[in-house]
Each structure stands twice: as C-alpha cells, then as structure tokens.
Ligand binder design. Structure first.
Ligand code: ZN
Length: 492
C-alpha cells in the first residue's frame, strides 16, 4: 500500500469516526422523550351522575433537536371511572416507541354533593284535636344516587301543646342531608259538657230547709273531668223567700264554655188556715143502699189516663188522692170529668212528712196549691199517706193523733178505707186485685176501696170491678166532704 493511500484511509476513518461520535453525541444531547398530549390532570373531580368521558390522550416521541414536532406513539389506557357511583378511580396511560416509554395517570374522584329531597304530603286539616295521636299524611325521600330512601327518614317531634312540629331529616350514603318540617296547630272546637245533679228548679219553704247544692259535673273532650273548674255564681238565702238563680260555668283549655243555671224558689211558708171551698157530690140526698167509693192514691201516674177512660166508659165517678208526681196535669182532667180530687201528699216520704205538724201542713198545702192550680179551687178531701192508722210515723210519737185533729180543725175531711185491693204489696196480679176488691165489698153497704193508679196491674182490674159492681146492684160515687169517712183506729 502506498503511503498516500494509507493516509487517506486513516483520514477517512478519522472523519467517519468523528462523525459517528458527533452523531452519538447529538443523539444523546437530543434527549429523546415521549410526551403526552394533552397532559392529563392529576386529579379530576366530577359530580356523580354527570356525564364523564375519559380524556383523549395522545403521545409523541420528541427530542431537543430532532423530531421536534414529534413522532406519534401508540397509547395504551387502563382503568375506567363509573360516574354514576361515587368513588375514586385511577385512569392510566402508557406509550412506547423506539424503546422509549412513558406513563401517566389521573385520579378521577366521583363525588356526590347533591342532597336528597324530602317531599311531604300536605296536611289538609286546619287543626288537630289536642290529645290525639298525630296521623302523619305521609312523606317520601329520594336521592339522586341512593334512590328511594324514605325508610331512612328520621322524625323528631316538638310539642308545646299549642303546636306540633315534626322535623324530618335524612342523610344519603355520601353524608348529604335533607331537612323538612311541618307544623300543625292544635285546636279544640268542642265545648265541655256541664251537667247539674238534682232538679234545675227547686222549691222549698223558707226556714224549713237549708239549700244544699245538689252538685254538678263538667266533662271535656280533651281534659276529661274538669268539675273542679266549674264556677258557681249566685247564692241562696234559705231563710228569705225569693227566686234565686245559680249560674254555673266552666271553660276548657281552649276557651270553649258551657253554662247551666238552676232556679231555687224559696217560698213563703204557708200559714195555718182552713179550707173553705167544698164540693158536694152528688145530689146531697140519702145514700143508696149499696155504695162503692173507688179511691186511687199516689197518682196521677202513667196509668191514670187509661183509668180515666175506663171510668168514662161506665160513667163511673171515683176519687183521686193525688201527689206531686210528674203527671199533675191530669188532675185537671180528673176534675173536669166529674171525679173528686183530694190531697194525699206532695212528697210521699214518711220521714220528712211526719217530722212535725209544720212539716206535714207545709206538704199538704204544697199539694193543695197544685190542686188549686189544676182545678181552680182547693180541696177539703184528704187521705193521710199510710192512712190515719199508720205506724210508720211512730218515730214522732202522737203525731197522727195530733194531725187527725188538726186537719179536721183546718176544715179537711180525711178518709181511710175499708176495702183494700192489696195492690201496695200484697199482690201484683190483676186477678187477685179483682178478688180482693170484690170479696171486700161483698156484704158491705158502704165500701171505700183503696187502689193505686200508679200500678198498671191494679188499674187493669177496674173495668171488671165496675162491671161486677153494676151487675150486683152497687152505685159508684165520688167522695164528698159529707160522705161516710171510714176512719181507722189511730195507732200513733
Ligand atoms: Zn200513698
């Protein structure tokens, strides 16, 4: 080899080597890398339920000096985010070209910040009654992610007696809360009831009794027994005649009121006096041979009208010894239909009645006032409760002896009886009443028969008794002040 050729060869080699070295150096200095475009956000936050598409990421191989525009590289992505479910997801991308690789990733946070919703069914009532359990018209709770969460609703109550407030709350699985509340008013439109015991109209003689409140009761639909809230206004002076009004009122917690009143009439006590009005039945002539005086005590009562019909059917007159019953209007009819009306008593309670002469006369006159009111005149006919021979008055020794004289002195004629139907305890049988009466009459010229027109079974015997009497030649007459009296032996 020539020396020149060798030099050339060495030079070429040197140049080539230098070039190669430069190229290698350049390649190193070029700093090849893979870029992602766009660079994904390290963290992506989205609301659950929103639409989400993963970012489209491209990759390029680039250097400082060469391939500045970049050579597209294939990208592989991994992971996915479910935007309908709250959670944290990782999306990652990797690219590789010419031995260069790169990786990147994004954290996708799907969060739920949307609160659920509580819907209340409206309360249509304007108010609810106090003390009643509240009947919730209903509610529902829904959440965009959890769906129907009605079952998780918690209710707290606040009740101050005037308003009831319900606080509804619910929390979804992500901790978002919803609240709702409703307030309903309590109201009570119903007044309490106020009931008076005893009579609403009370009458008694001044000085003979002391007024005692018979009592009352108040009941409320909400508060129950509110008797202790009843206010009583007015008072009674039992010594001074007059008309006294007692007013009772009560108010419930809701301002509903109830009222009642009672009238107490304190009557001037009757003064001893004589009866002057008399009626003489029938014609004043001599008595027939066989006379029956039918007499009925203790009425008028529920069977008196029927009895009057029976008597009218036979045109038979009888005698009624009347009491202060609830049927005293019938006294007018008894009188109008030609029967005799006598006083039996106002109140058939032996204890007070025979407590004193004063008490007896107060009662007698109380009844005689009613007789006058119904018939237009006082009666002078009388029958003692229990008869003049009664022994029920023995707690007051001698009272019957004194009364028998006193009533006669006062102008009354009192009658006992000589035929008893035994309808006051001996029997309750209509057939036996008939037999007791007809057996009692048989053999007597004058019979004063005792029956009670307050007893239906006894009244039912009257039709047969009259027919029997008429068939057997008896005359039925009403008692008059000059009739045979038939007096028992006084036993007290
Ligand atoms: Zn009687």
């Amino acid at each position: 080899m020539k020396k020149a050729s060798l030099i050339v060869l060495i030079c070429v080699f040197a140049v080539t080597a230098a070039l190669a070295g430069a190229l290698i150096t350049l390649n190193v200095l070029n700093e090849w890398r893979i870029d992602f475009e766009p660079v994904p956000e390290p963290m992506i936050v989205i609301e659950a339920g929103d639409e989400f598409s993963p970012p489209e990421i491209s990759a390029f191989l680039r250097g400082r000096f060469f391939a500045k525009e970049g050579i597209p590289a294939e990208v592989t992505s991994e992971g996915e985010a479910d935007s309908s479910r709250p959670g944290e997801y990782v999306l990652s991308w990797s690219a590789e070209l010419s031995g260069r690789t790169n990786k990147t990733s994004s954290h996708v946070i799907v969060r739920d910040t949307t609160p659920p919703e509580i819907v209340l069914i409206p309360e249509e009532r304007e108010y609810i009654l106090p003390g009643t359990a509240y009947d919730d018209p209903g509610f529902s709770a829904t959440d965009s992610i959890d769906g129907d969460i009605t079952g998780r609703v918690k209710i707290e109550r606040e009740d101050d007696g005037k308003f009831l407030t319900l606080y509804y709350s619910v929390t979804d699985l992500s901790g978002n809360e919803a609240h709702a509340e409703r307030t309903v008013k309590y109201d009570d439109p119903f007044p309490p009831t106020l009931t008076l015991s005893g009579e609403v109209e009370i009458k008694f003689y001044a000085g003979r009794q002391t007024y005692e409140e018979p009592g009352y009761a108040a009941d409320d639909n909400v508060s129950g027994d509110i008797t202790d809230r009843v206010k009583v206004e007015g008072s009674v002076d039992s010594e001074t005649p007059g008309v006294y009004t007692l007013t009772y009122s009560v108010e419930d917690d809701w301002g509903n009121r109830a009222e009642a009143s009672r009238t107490v009439t304190v009557v001037e006590p009757p003064k001893p006096r004589k009866v002057t009005v008399q009626k003489d039945y029938p014609q004043g002539g001599p008595l027939p041979d066989k006379v029956i005086y039918l007499t009925f005590d203790d009425g008028p009562g529920p069977y008196t009208a029927e009895l009057l019909d029976i008597l009218a059917k036979h045109n038979v007159k009888a005698t009624f010894f009347v009491c202060g019953t609830g049927y005293t209007d019938l006294i007018a009819r008894e009188e109008a239909e030609g029967h005799s009306v006598g006083v039996h008593c106002y109140s058939h309670v032996y204890g007070p009645l025979y407590a004193s002469e004063e008490a007896y006369f107060a009662d007698l006159w109380a009844m005689n006032e009613i007789v006058k009111e119904k018939t237009g005149s006082y009666t002078s006919l009388l029958r003692f409760p229990g008869g003049s021979s009664n022994t029920v008055s023995r707690f007051n020794p001698g009272i019957m002896t004194r009364l028998a004289a006193a009533v006669t002195e006062a102008g009354f004629t009192y009658f006992d009886w000589n035929v008893s139907s035994l309808d006051a305890g001996g029997t309750t049988d209509t057939g036996e009443v008939f037999l007791n009466v007809t057996n009692g009459i048989a053999g007597k010229n004058v019979s004063i028969v005792l029956q009670h027109d307050t007893k239906g079974f006894s009244v039912a015997a009257v039709d047969d008794i009259i027919e029997w009497g008429l068939e057997n030649g008896y005359v039925f007459l009403p008692l008059t002040p000059t009739s045979p009296t038939v007096h028992h032996n006084i036993a007290n």
